[in-house]
Design a protein around this ligand. Structure first.
Ligand code: ADP
Ligand code: MG
Length: 295
């Protein structure tokens, strides 16, 4: 292969906002047969808004609950955390991260923190199952469409529920359709609920070939390697800390640079420096051209 041709292709990639870690990555891009997309922050904008926030039971008051969870969430970099902190601030409650005694991330589930001597969990239904003695959820949270539902558990009791929504990125449906026209199939891998995955698929006009939900980081790795075995060379596109191992497992791991986590950027083979998901099919096309000129 000629170094000049490789250099030119790397420059072209950089000009379109794709930072590629080496010439061999470009060649692999041209061979891609499948793309695995993360949902939150990749297919969707990762900018949640809180639609519903309710206190459950009589143990705590709204202002206290918002103070606790915004303080704990302000230590998390998950896109849902920012929405919850903003929601509390919109109710004139300022988070105090310095008052959080202990903080832990529970991958694929949520977070744990201690504040005012209380042990608090915030997260999805896995967290509810793990931390709450009672699994009964208020009636109005059942049957909500297209939202992610979160639970707050304080010392073993469910004390709060909330719903969050997030829009698909512009160009997401078009990017997946373009990949399909190039003979490349797209699948969705998400840590979020099945309902949220189905909702994203509806918004994309059914463009995705497979949906996989409620995944832990290691499930994403397993599914990427299954797609590789079944379909062929596979790209993974993701932004989160929970995507990092799957990005490393893919033939080409592409991280989202602007909004993404440092861990995703480190383990990926290329970083997209914009939120323009249409650059994904464009990168494959560039890889195909590079393969022809470099070979
Ligand atoms: P994804 O970003 O693909 O949804 P994650 O593994 O980061 O996957 O999270 C899985 C699920 O865990 C989220 O959809 C959410 O329900 C819950 N979760 C994760 N982090 C938080 C957090 N900081 N606050 C509330 N819920 C969270
Ligand atoms: Mg994500």
């Amino acid at each position: 292969s000629t170094p000049v041709a490789t250099f030119c292709a790397l420059l072209t990639a950089a000009r379109m906002g794709l930072l590629v870690k080496g010439g061999d990555v470009l060649e692999s891009l041209g061979e891609i047969k499948a793309v695995a997309f993360d949902k939150t922050g990749t297919i969707t904008r990762g900018e949640f808004t809180v639609d519903i926030f309710d206190v459950v039971g009589h143990k705590v008051q709204m202002s206290q609950l918002l103070y606790w969870i915004s303080s704990i969430e302000s230590k998390s970099s998950h896109p849902m955390a920012a929405a919850l902190v903003e929601y509390a601030q919109s109710k004139s409650i300022e988070p105090k991260p310095e008052c959080v005694a202990e903080f832990r991330i529970l991958p694929g589930e949520g977070i744990y923190g201690e504040i005012d001597g209380k042990r608090i969990y915030v997260g999805n239904k896995r967290v509810l199952a793990r931390a709450s003695s009672c699994q009964t959820v208020p009636e109005r949270m059942n049957g909500l469409k297209g939202v992610s539902i979160g639970y707050v558990i304080c010392d073993g009791d469910l004390v709060g529920v909330f719903s969050l929504s997030d829009d698909c990125r512009t160009g997401a449906a078009e990017a997946i359709r373009e990949l399909a026209s190039m003979g490349i199939s797209s699948v969705l891998l998400t840590g979020d609920s099945a309902e949220a995955a189905v909702h994203a698929q509806e918004r994309l006009g059914g463009a995705l070939e497979e949906l996989h939900s409620e995944l832990f980081p290691e499930d994403k790795v397993r599914l990427v390697s299954a797609v590789k075995a079944r379909v062929g060379p596979t790209m993974m596109v993701g932004d989160g800390m929970n995507d990092a191992p799957a990005l490393a497992m893919a033939d080409v791991g592409v991280s989202m640079g602007i909004s993404g986590s440092a861990a995703a950027m480190e383990t990926s083979h290329a970083t997209l420096m914009s939120s323009d998901i249409l650059r994904v099919p464009e990168a494959v096309r560039l890889g195909r051209r590079a393969r022809r000129t470099i070979a």
